[in-house]
Ligand binder design. Structure first.
Ligand code: DGU
Ligand code: CA
Ligand code: CA
Length: 268
């Protein structure tokens, strides 16, 4: 075969003849199905992520799909994976579609904002928050997540998380205040206008440590569709610990640290 023919074959097959960019052919569409309760965004393009993208102040993904390759090319449930994006204190990440594989999603250190971020298939978890000060605020404003085998949002730090105008389906827990981190504190989660489509494997909307004074606050209208699992709890309480042990479950339902009624959470 002549070099020219070999080269054109390589191009035809969509292989990169040289250079580290990898394949240029489109991947299979991994966008979950839209429905009357969610319209998933169509990616405007795709980007491979082979090393954590550091966001010091602001990153606009322009609705491109970012998916992991090399060390980040994993959708395993191993703990201690690296994230696709790492946000510094006060950073903003917006208009991002996280594709599959998604590794450990997004890590935020301090206050941060995730605006219009969509996870097509959550990796180990979608985002982990490590607020540093009690008045740190981690805001998730719009967006959605699908395919979380376990947690979507994991709060391993201190401060308040706000999840607003967010959609979640096919998940384990939407939010969990770390049950066994070495540094425990009273964490607050605010859910506002969240829509959750509960799956058979969903275990609760929010998981709180009752012994550290965690709180869940419900604002606006949160809708929880429980057809697949009518016994699904909105709040699940645990006895957390700071020794890395598996926390034990206690009670479910509303109480003084998880205040909701039929006006703020509609279970349908
Ligand atoms: O100390 O053992 O699963 O961030 C941390 C905990 C554990 C976390 C968590 C996460 O809860 O590793 O993914
Ligand atoms: Ca985890
Ligand atoms: Ca994780």
């Amino acid at each position: 075969m002549t070099t020219l023919r070999a080269l054109s074959l390589v191009t035809l097959l969509g292989l990169s003849a040289c250079g580290p960019e990898g394949p240029t052919f489109p991947r299979a569409n991994t966008t979950p199905a839209s429905s009357p309760i969610v319209k998933w965004p169509t990616p405007t393009g795709e980007k491979q992520v082979d090393a954590t993208i550091r966001v010091l102040t602001h990153f606009d993904g322009k609705m491109q799909r970012f998916y992991g390759v090399d060390d980040l090319g994993t959708s395993s449930q191993d703990e201690n994976q690296d994230p696709m994006f790492r946000l510094s204190d006060n950073a903003v990440l917006e208009n991002v579609i996280i594709g599959d594989p998604a590794a450990d999603g997004i890590h935020c250190y301090g206050s941060c904002t995730l605006k219009n971020v969509w996870w097509e298939r959550v990796g180990e978890d979608a985002a982990t928050f490590r607020g540093q000060m009690p008045d740190d605020v981690m805001l998730i404003d719009r967006g959605g997540a699908s395919g979380a085998k376990d947690k979507v949002f994991q709060n391993n730090g201190v401060g308040t998380m706000i999840v607003k105008d967010f959609y979640v389906e096919n998940f384990g827990k939407l939010y969990r205040s770390c049950g066994n981190c070495s540094r425990q504190s009273a964490r607050t989660i605010v859910l506002e206008n969240v829509t959750a489509l509960v799956g058979k494997k969903s275990s609760c909307l929010v998981g709180l440590n009752e012994n550290y004074g965690d709180r869940a606050i419900f604002k606006g209208l949160n809708r929880v569709f429980v057809d697949a699992k009518p016994s699904f709890p909105v709040c699940q309480r645990f006895l957390g610990n700071a020794r890395g042990l598996e926390p034990s479950k206690t009670t479910t339902g509303p109480d003084r640290n998880c205040v909701y009624d039929g006006g703020s959470v509609v279970v349908e």
